[in-house]
Design a protein around this ligand. Structure first.
Ligand SMILES: Cc1cc2nc3c(=O)[nH]c(=O)nc-3n(C[C@H](O)[C@H](O)[C@H](O)COP(=O)(O)OP(=O)(O)OC[C@H]3O[C@@H](n4cnc5c(N)ncnc54)[C@H](O)[C@@H]3O)c2cc1C
Ligand SMILES: *[C@@H]1O[C@H](CO)[C@@H](O)[C@H](O)[C@H]1NC(C)=O
Ligand SMILES: *[C@@H]1O[C@H](CO)[C@@H](O)[C@H](O)[C@H]1NC(C)=O
Ligand SMILES: *[C@@H]1O[C@H](CO)[C@@H](O)[C@H](O)[C@H]1NC(C)=O
Ligand SMILES: *[C@@H]1O[C@H](CO)[C@@H](O)[C@H](O)[C@H]1NC(C)=O
Ligand SMILES: *[C@@H]1O[C@H](CO)[C@@H](O)[C@H](O)[C@H]1NC(C)=O
Ligand SMILES: *[C@@H]1O[C@H](CO)[C@@H](O)[C@H](O)[C@H]1NC(C)=O
Ligand SMILES: CC(=O)N[C@H]1CO[C@H](CO)[C@@H](O)[C@@H]1O
Length: 488
């Protein structure tokens, strides 16, 4: 009796507080619609539907109380202080390609859509470009192409600049210049108090370091100043193989990753679709010079592809050939490990023959792809040379494995998660037991429940927390913007 009365009371309180929250959400949205009508989209407006589902995976679609699209840093600063004053929950979105529910969209509350931060300003004298945080990489690269320069950025052109850069960022230029975050020289940030702060090596250097991998825990970045590098011509493209070629491809991969001096202009990413034999295995080959068939790719030469699309082209054209896959619901998981022949064989077996594959295939439109991403110690050393980042990586050669799972219906969300989580934990166990585990989970390829920031190491976590306490003393980016990879 007492127990059920207590339960009834708690649910009443919960009901009341969620009703109170909803009415607060509507009040702030009505206020913003009155004062900033041209930046505020209410659920009754025609563009709301498309904007609230402007995400790659349907698992992250949500229904915010309203969507705001500030068109300047000052407007964003005003908006943040308003939302904080009203104590309303919010989410921040750049390209919307995170697969983590709640990271870049929100049910109720305010969605801050950065798409109006969309300019690229190239400064040839300083060899930098100031890039708006709401852009996709396509606009960044095509704006810089006329000058024959590029930036260290994403590998698929539809993906957003903001999330990719704040998660560390893997680029085809990483072995040469470090990760995407290592090539940011200034962040313009709106903090929780509504102040505009520039974070770089000279001023606010603690925030500068924290943003290199620290995601949305410190403020909202409006513009990134990125180093530019001369680059125009490249060679490469994809080669397609049947799944039968996987053992040979893994042998070649091991050889490629263990040569004495890996050519930093050479990049490989192996993707395979063990649940979809008709797609098979795809090797993305990228050489950052206009030279055909460089020696770095020799280990792959004797494996006959079903199709070969490698050619001389511009670097942007090469990346344009990799479209955004059209999948309905998506999740992904990440694991990192050192280079070892036996471990490679074990992992290859888990991801291409594991019992989870049958289970996944039984889900409606269930499919699994794995991506094998070699990372050289030179990438980590280049990051250290440009001031270091929060990622906590040891300078060793390693592989960042990603498992991408796709399926159709919401009722299968949990099973898709569980089977793929089971595979990644087998990979983790194999690398741990053989002594080749790398304690780093790549945020941009990680599932919501993977402990990403914890993997940066205790010292880095302590520094990140101290920085958050300084720039966001009221924990707004932990409590009101609670989606995404948060500080532990
Ligand atoms: C097809 C495909 C290819 C990919 N290729 C690569 C790749 O080559 N390299 C790589 O590193 N990753 C890659 N990724 C992963 C990608 O980096 C992540 O999905 C990333 O989250 C995408 O960034 P976004 O801006 O589109 O995401 P969003 O979903 O908009 O944002 C992700 C997170 O970052 C936060 N955030 C975004 N912008 C800001 C900002 N300005 N200020 C504060 N917080 C912000 C959001 O709040 C959210 O929590 C790829 C993803 C896909 C789908
Ligand atoms: C919105 O209104 C403000 C103030 O009236 C104006 O300065 C701004 O240009 C408008 N923005 C858009 C996107 O129309
Ligand atoms: C860019 O490179 C191309 C091809 O190498 C060359 O024709 C063009 O003149 C260069 N443009 C600039 C602005 O340097
Ligand atoms: C990483 O591999 C390269 C060759 O690819 C080698 O020169 C280098 O010594 C290795 N680095 C470490 C730290 O083992
Ligand atoms: C997949 O579905 C088929 C048909 O329903 C069933 O016979 C089989 O046992 C299932 N496989 C797994 C691994 O659940
Ligand atoms: C992969 O196979 C699944 C069946 O398991 C199918 O539904 C899906 O469409 C295939 N994916 C692609 C990209 O062909
Ligand atoms: C998924 O795994 C969790 C945790 O192990 C478990 O509680 C849950 O029942 C599983 N879900 C399904 C649908 O199997
Ligand atoms: C507005 C928009 O781009 N929405 C897209 C969200 O993602 C789905 C699935 O890829 C697309 O069909 C929508 O067009």
């Amino acid at each position: 009796m007492a127990r059920s009365a207590f339960q009834a009371l708690t649910s009443l309180v919960l009901l009341f507080s969620s009703a109170a929250r909803a009415s607060q959400d509507h009040a702030v949205c009505n206020h913003l619609a009155t004062t900033h009508g041209n930046e505020t989209v209410q659920p009754t407006e025609a563009s709301y539907e498309a904007l609230s589902t402007e995400n790659w995976s349907q698992t992250v679609w949500a229904k915010p109380a309203c969507i705001v699209q500030p068109f300047s840093t000052e407007e964003l600063a005003y908006l943040v202080s308003t939302v904080v004053d009203w104590n309303v929950h919010f989410a921040v979105r750049s390209g919307g390609h995170s697969v983590v529910p709640g990271a870049a969209n929100i049910n109720g509350g305010v969605l801050i859509d950065l798409s109006k931060f969309d300019t690229v300003d190239y400064d040839a004298d300083k060899s930098v470009a100031v890039v708006g945080s709401g852009l996709r990489w396509k606009e960044v690269y095509t704006s810089l192409d006329p000058y024959n320069v590029t930036v260290v950025g994403g590998r698929v052109l539809e993906v957003g600049v903001g999330g990719l850069t704040l998660g560390g960022g893997l680029s085809y230029l990483a072995d040469l210049y470090g990760f995407v975050c290592d090539n940011v020289v200034n962040y313009e940030v709106v903090t929780a108090s509504g102040s505009v702060v520039n974070a770089n090596a000279e001023s606010n250097s603690d925030l500068f370091w924290a943003l290199k991998g620290g995601a949305n825990n410190f403020g909202i970045v409006t513009k990134f100043t990125l180093k530019t590098y001369p680059l125009h011509d490249a060679w490469g493209g994809v080669r397609v193989y049947s799944l039968d070629a996987l053992p040979q491809l893994f042998d070649a991969m091991y050889e490629y990753q263990s040569v004495a001096n890996k050519d930093p202009y050479a990049n490989i990413m192996l993707q395979a679709f063990p649940t979809n034999a008709s797609i098979g295995a795809i090797l993305n080959i990228v050489y950052l010079k206009g030279e055909e068939e460089p020696e770095a790719f020799a280990p792959f030469r004797n494996i006959t592809p079903l199709a070969d699309f490698t050619q001389l082209q511009t670097f942007t054209e090469l990346m344009l050939a990799a479209p955004l896959p059209e999948l309905t619901r998506v999740n992904w998981f990440s694991s990192s490990f050192k280079t070892d022949k036996e471990l490679f064989n074990t992992v290859a077996d888990i991801v291409s023959n594991g019992p989870e594959l049958d289970e996944l295939t039984n889900l409606t439109a269930g499919s699994l792809a794995f991506g094998w991403q070699p990372i050289s110690s030179s990438a980590i050393l280049a990051g250290e040379a440009s001031g270091g980042n929060a990622l906590g990586l040891e300078p060793v050669n390693q592989t960042w494995l990603v498992l991408d799972v796709g399926w159709w219906f919401a009722e299968d969300d949990e099973l898709a998660h569980n089977y793929t989580a089971s595979m990644i934990s087998k990979v983790d166990e194999a690398s741990k037991s053989s002594g080749h585990y790398v304690d780093y989970i790549f945020m941009n390829d990680a599932a919501a429940d993977q402990p990403v920031i914890e993997s940066y190491g205790a010292d880095n976590v302590a520094k990140l927390k101290a920085t958050a306490a300084k720039y966001d003393p009221d924990c707004v980016f932990q409590k009101l913007a609670s989606g995404g990879f948060k500080l532990p």
